[in-house]
Design a binder for this molecule. Sequence first.
Ligand code: FMN
Length: 197
Amino acid sequence: MDGIATTDDPIAIFEAWMAEAAASEPNDPNAVCLATCTPDGMPSARMVLLKGVDPRGFVFYTNLESRKGGELAANPNAALCFHWKTLARSVRVEGAVEPVSEAEADAYYASRARTSRLGAWASKQSRPLESRFALEKAVAEYGLKYAIGEIPRPPFWSGFRVLPQRIELWRDMPFRLHERRVFHRDGAGWRIETLYP
Ligand SMILES: Cc1cc2nc3c(=O)[nH]c(=O)nc-3n(C[C@H](O)[C@H](O)[C@H](O)COP(=O)(O)O)c2cc1C
C-alpha cells in the first residue's frame, strides 16, 4: 500500500492536499496552470487561481474575451496542472469545460475587492495595451461610473468549471521513483490505475 490512495474519491484527496498546501505554501496555494487548445490543436497555457472545487469539478474565473476565453469557446476542453513545491506533489486534471451559472459568477464577483471588480471592467484582457496610463485611466473612469451603488458583473467576465474525466495525483518519492495514481471517470465512479513514474 502506498501513500496516495486513502480513499477512491480523487476529489476528496485533492481537497485534503489543497488544505495541506494552504498551510505550507508561502502564497497562492490555489494557483494552477490552465492549458487550452485551438480547434486545430495549438495549445496555450497560463496560470489562474482555482476558486472552487466540488464533485462536479474545478472552477476558475476570467475574461471571456481573453485568449483563453476564445480558445475555450472554440474548443471547450482544458487541462489543469497544480504543483505544490512545499509538498512535492502535483495534480493533473483533464476534461470538458462548461460555464458556471450566472448566479455562481455573480456571487464570486460580488466577493471580490472593489478595485478588482473595477479592474475586471477596465481590462480588455489579452488585447494590446497602448500604455499603463490607459489601464489606470480606465479603472478611474469605471470608479466614477460606479461610484454609487453596486458594481455589476461585466457581461464578458465569468467562470468555467473543468469537468474531470481524468485526475492524476503525483507524489515525489526518493530516487525519482515517484508515485502516480490516475483516476479515470467511469460512470458515476472512477477506474483507478497506477503508472510508472
Ligand atoms: C498566480 C497567478 C494567478 C492568476 N490568476 C488568474 C485568474 O484567476 N484569472 C485570469 O484570468 N488570469 C489570471 N492570471 C493571469 C493569467 O496567467 C494570464 O496572464 C491572463 O489570464 C491572460 O491569459 P490569456 O491571454 O491566455 O487568456 C494569473 C496569473 C498568475 C501568475
